[in-house]
Ligand binder design. Structure first.
Ligand SMILES: O=C(CO)COP(=O)(O)O
Length: 248
């Protein structure tokens, strides 16, 4: 059985004071036992979030360098993230792919860098509106998936978490319907079957894209949706906690 994972992605938002707001709310919150919470906060806040948030909350970077160290001004390595208390990292978020030019090869290199440091990569997949309208959703999403999976061995594959985030639903207020999301999640799981049935059965596949308290329960009730990757609503602690509640 796959346990639900609710991960917030603060993107380039937040502050020390927001970390404190979350620390206070999360330490007193009664959340469903089965649900794991994670927060992907901006780099400067990872260490302090680790000190202030309950240990049960997993911390994630939002990206990482594909290099271990060296003269790469502005970059942050997987080892550094692990050093300050992250155990996960988002890889291939659509904003990284479109705004920062990360192609499938760059995404794969980052997944490998994360695995090399013992971090759990959350591999993000998703199609643009144009691609959906051209009925290329599954081809695009499964192509992004295979570009990584093909290069990994079975132990490495088993360490990934996937996130399906249709680009047209990110920050737009336009959510995929539960049926639309489920269809893609089922296609992802079917493709994982080709590698190995146990992998397909155990891999967590999150949905992301305008997930909010009022649509989370319906999305999370879908058989192949194992959690959420939440942007805007993860900046409001009450909304984030409400989504966590509906995952239980
Ligand atoms: O990109 C996302 C999470 O990684 C989704 O963002 P929104 O929830 O703001 O649409």
């Amino acid at each position: 059985m796959r346990a639900p994972l609710i991960a917030g992605n603060w993107k380039m938002n937040g502050s020390l004071s927001l970390i404190d707001t979350f620390a206070e709310a999360l330490s007193g919150a009664e959340l469903p036992q089965a649900v794991t919470l994670a927060l992907a906060v901006p780099f400067p806040y990872v260490g302090v979030a680790r000190e202030r948030l309950p240990q049960s909350v997993r911390l994630a970077g939002q990206t990482l360098s594909d290099q271990p160290s060296g003269a790469f001004t502005g970059e942050v390595s997987g080892a550094m993230l692990a050093d300050v208390g992250a155990d996960m990292v988002l890889v291939g978020h659509s904003e990284r792919r479109t705004l920062f030019g990360e192609d499938d090869a760059a995404v794969l290199a980052r997944v490998q860098a994360a695995l090399g440091q013992g971090l759990t990569p959350v591999l993000c997949l998703g199609e643009t509106l144009e691609e959906r309208d051209a009925e290329r959703t599954e081809a695009v999403v499964l192509g992004q998936l295979e570009a990584v999976m093909e290069a990994l061995d079975s132990d490495e594959r088993a360490r990934l978490v996937l996130a399906y985030e249709p680009v047209w639903a990110i920050g737009t207020g336009r959510t995929a319907t539960p049926e639309q999301a489920q269809q893609v999640h089922a296609a992802i799981r079917a493709r994982l079957e080709r590698y190995d049935g146990a992998l397909a059965a155990s891999m967590q596949v999150l949905y992301g894209g305008s997930m909010k308290p009022d649509n989370a329960a319906e999305l999370l009730a879908q058989p192949d949706i194992d959690g959420g990757l939440i942007g805007g609503a993860s900046l409001k602690v009450d909304d984030f906690l409400a989504i966590c509640q509906s995952a239980g």
